[in-house]
Design a protein around this ligand. Structure first.
Ligand SMILES: NC(=O)c1ccc[n+]([C@@H]2O[C@H](COP(=O)([O-])OP(=O)(O)OC[C@H]3O[C@@H](n4cnc5c(N)ncnc54)[C@H](O)[C@@H]3O)[C@@H](O)[C@H]2O)c1
Length: 351
């Protein structure tokens, strides 16, 4: 991997790519306190091993468990965690270590961003999605009853450990979700990575490390070019406008599944506008199908439209969407990375 660190708003995150050796990559921690924040499933797999490794390096370690799943990413969990930090007298040197999928890394990062106005944050993402997406880019978040990620802060971890061997225990559905996000960034930014995904002999937890590293590099490039979501970073929303609406309209769909369908519909619209060649559209559908991701919305346009028009990307009756021009290249509109799309156009393309 060529990138060993990246900077964000004047801060630097050191990235360590591991090869089943994360513990030996830890620095000396004599006199340090580390609070591990992770979900119960991930802690059952890796919590004791990581805690023992940290202790061996000299740290005193506390482990704070949260319930697995998106439902935990809320104010109640946050309140419980910060009360625990107060109870153990965490100080400004106490390191918060987020260990887990995107839910754990988002909550741990928000706790670190806010407790005592900022504690050192380290992340050890364990899902493919968290390794390539959630743990990169300095966003932390909590959900509110009114919507996802409505509370949050930009907060960069000081250290990020990418240990692909954690994926050995990741369930296949979560693996496919991570693959959806990698396919997304490849389709919109990097034809070479997309071709590499197409050539993968099998889709398994034993992922090609080069693919993970390239996906991380691509996300870093986008967030470095646009720290606060005003421009190029919006490319990460490819498939998300419709995907987000589908997720709300059909609770059984996972985020990655909804994004996969959103990408197919967005690419379909680009093809119909004459922007995206047929062959490139087919390659997207073929890859997503191979990744065991759905291609067709499970609800009618009418059902999804309510959520689509509530989307934060709505502007005066129009939705702004990232549309691909060819694999690896987004379509630009007078310097903007998103194009105006009317609900009628989306409806006309709904299968
Ligand atoms: N901050 C950001 O920029 C950003 C970007 C994308 C997504 N996100 C957030 O990430 C979250 C989704 O992340 P996710 O898909 O990782 O969800 P998650 O954290 O809920 O993990 C998914 C499931 O996989 C399990 N799991 C994770 N790693 C495992 C492992 N190695 N072995 C066994 N089980 C494991 C977890 O226990 C959980 O049940 C969402 O809340 C989303 O909003 C944030």
């Amino acid at each position: 991997m060529t990138i060993e660190s990246y900077s964000f708003a004047g801060h630097t995150c050191q990235i360590t790519i591991c090869n089943n050796d994360v513990l030996s990559k830890l620095p000396s921690l004599c006199g340090c306190r580390v609070v591990i924040v992770g979900d119960a499933t991930v802690l059952a797999h890796y919590g004791a091993k990581i805690a023992a490794g940290l202790r061996e390096k000299g740290a005193s370690v506390h482990v704070l468990a949260i319930r697995p799943g998106e439902k935990s990413k809320n104010i109640a969990t946050f309140t419980r965690l910060i009360k625990k930090l107060a109870a153990i007298h965490a100080d400004r040197e106490t390191i918060i270590l987020g260990l887990g999928g995107g839910v754990s890394t988002d909550i741990a990062a928000f706790v670190a961003a806010t407790y005592l106005r900022g504690l050192p944050l380290w992340l050890m993402p364990t899902s493919l999605l968290a390794m390539c997406d959630a743990a990169i880019g300095a966003k932390s978040a909590l959900n509110l009853p009114g919507g996802k990620n409505l509370v949050g802060a930009f907060y960069l971890p000081e250290r990020l450990y990418i240990e692909p061997s954690f994926l050995a225990t990741l369930p296949p559905r979560q693996l496919a979700e991570g693959m959806a996000e990698i396919a997304k960034i490849a389709y919109i930014c990097d034809e070479e990575l997309f071709a590499k995904l197409e050539k993968m002999p099998t889709i398994s937890q034993d992922m090609d490390r080069d693919i993970i590293e390239r996906a991380i590099e691509l996300k870093i490039a986008l967030v470095s070019a646009d720290n606060f979501d005003k421009g190029k970073r919006q490319l990460l929303n490819f498939g998300h406008t419709i995907g987000h609406a589908l997720e709300l309209a059909k609770k059984e769909l996972s985020h990655g599944e909804a994004v996969a369908i959103g990408m197919v519909l967005a690419a379909g619209m680009a093809h119909k506008r004459g922007i995206l060649p047929e062959a490139d559209f087919m390659r997207l559908k073929n890859l997503l199908a191979r990744l065991n991701l759905p291609l067709v919305p499970p609800v009618s346009f009418k059902r999804a439209a309510r959520y689509l028009l509530n989307d934060k990307k709505r502007l005066a009756g129009q939705v702004r969407m990232v549309l691909p021009q060819k694999i690896g290249h987004p379509c630009m509109d007078e310097g903007a990375y998103t194009l105006a799309v009317t609900p009628a156009e989306i409806a006309a393309n709904w299968p």
